[in-house]
Design a protein around this ligand. Structure first.
Ligand SMILES: NC(=O)c1ccc[n+]([C@@H]2O[C@H](COP(=O)([O-])OP(=O)(O)OC[C@H]3O[C@@H](n4cnc5c(N)ncnc54)[C@H](OP(=O)(O)O)[C@@H]3O)[C@@H](O)[C@H]2O)c1
Length: 370
């Protein structure tokens, strides 16, 4: 296998366990034995073996003299599982190819050094931009202590999120809503404003897809009998909220609106990734609720500018992912848009939010609350 091919396979393996590893990183590992046999692994749920250990267990003695490709630097420390760097050495792996170094202070560079000291050939940086993007929530958490913030809104094509009477269910169709549940499933916490709780009484659980329910956070107060309960009711600075969630091991938080909350997160520059589900719907007036409430950019020179990282058709709707403008030096090539006449396949970049290829439940399965 060549390095790129093997690392892309390791990235796919990691993507498959995205929803089940937090607060640990989702990592993939591919091992090629000297006889050409391939063995694979991905991170188990917390407490279980890491990707390298899973692949080594599958390979057994066949690993001796082989090559391992792993998306993140193998850990050097004993946590709930033995150190992966030592496991690779003990198994007699000859060459280790790593996507990126682990920024965690307890691990950074140490695993690589241990491998080198043991005479293992080590290479770092294969498909690094794609791995960095895939692990963005983990990397942000370990370097800042705060979770990766995804702001999600369902909107009409004229940028409205609710009718003047407050009704907003539903602007988008079943496919977009199923995708939004997948986004919830890969988030460790969801945040919603008290205004949305009062109007919509959402439950904010994961339904229609596999995954554990996230921690539910209400900005302001929620009635004791609100469906979102039990929830963490938070009043205070949003930065303090993010610090507290980071301390609880939340790697990704999904902000689900409404417009007041969206405006607050956006204005404070706290959003790392925007996910907009845009429906072919027009409210057609300025009295419908906007996507962001409160003061916006006062002049064109001050508008927030980002880059589309994915454009995905979902039923009749579109999912638009935006990231702050990427550094062209480190950004991977992200396909955006769809060629005229191209097949109805989802188009994704290697964004941290992966889920697009979902079995679509019939719309009537989704006629419940959020
Ligand atoms: N299309 C969509 O994707 C979508 C998503 C969600 C909601 N919605 C719609 O949006 C409407 C509700 O939006 P909204 O703007 O009225 O309410 P909201 O953004 O859901 O909630 C705003 C409220 O949150 C509380 N809050 C506490 N701390 C806050 C902070 N730091 N920043 C901001 N808010 C804080 C305040 O509650 P108090 O007033 O109690 O002080 C504030 O009034 C509903 O019609 C709902 O259907 C649409």
């Amino acid at each position: 296998m060549n390095d790129t091919e093997a690392m892309l396979q390791a990235i796919d393996l990691a993507a498959a366990v995205r929803a089940t590893t937090a607060p640990n990183p989702w990592v993939g590992c591919v091992i090629e034995a000297p006889d050409g046999r391939i063995f694979t692994g991905a991170t188990s749920p917390p407490g279980g073996p890491h990707a390298e250990a899973v692949a080594l267990a599958a390979a057994g003695e066949a690993a001796r003299g082989g090559t391992a490709w792993v998306t993140l630097e193998p850990c050097p420390h004993v946590g709930r599982t033995p150190p992966c760097a030592d496991a690779l050495i003990d198994a007699g792996i000859r060459r280790v190819v790593v996507g990126i170094e682990d920024p965690d202070p307890a691990a950074s560079g140490v695993g690589l050094q241990r491998l080198r000291d043991a005479g293992v050939e080590v290479e770092v940086g294969v498909e690094a931009p794609a791995v960095r993007l895939q692990l963005a929530p983990y990397l942000k958490h370990r370097t800042t202590g705060r979770p990766w913030v995804v702001l999600k809104l369902g909107a009409s094509v004229d940028g409205r999120t609710a009718a003047p009477d407050g009704s907003s269910q539903w602007i988008t169709g079943g496919a977009a809503r199923a995708d939004a549940h997948q986004l919830r499933a890969v988030s460790d916490a969801v945040v919603v404003g008290a205004g949305t709780v009062r109007v919509d009484d959402p439950s904010l659980t994961v339904r229609h897809v596999e995954g554990a329910d996230p921690l539910r956070v209400v900005l302001g107060r929620a009635a004791p009998d609100a469906k979102v309960q039990p929830a963490l009711e938070f009043e205070g600075e949003l930065t303090d909220l993010l610090d507290q969630l980071g301390q609880r091991g939340v790697l990704q938080v999904l902000v689900e609106g409404g417009a007041t909350v969206a405006g607050a997160f956006h204005r404070e520059g706290l959003v790392d990734q925007y996910v907009f589900y845009v429906a072919p719907v027009i409210f057609g007036g300025s009295d419908a609720r906007p996507m962001f409430a409160g003061p916006g950019a006062p002049t064109i020179a001050d508008v927030w500018r980002g880059a589309f990282s994915a454009v995905v058709p979902l039923g009749a709707d579109l999912r638009l992912d935006l990231l702050p403008a990427l550094d062209p030096a480190t950004a991977p090539a992200l396909p955006v848009g769809r060629a005229a006449g191209a097949a109805e396949e989802p188009i994704t970049g290697s964004t941290p939010a992966v889920p697009v290829d979902l079995p679509l439940p019939a719309d009537d399965h989704l006629q419940e609350d959020r």
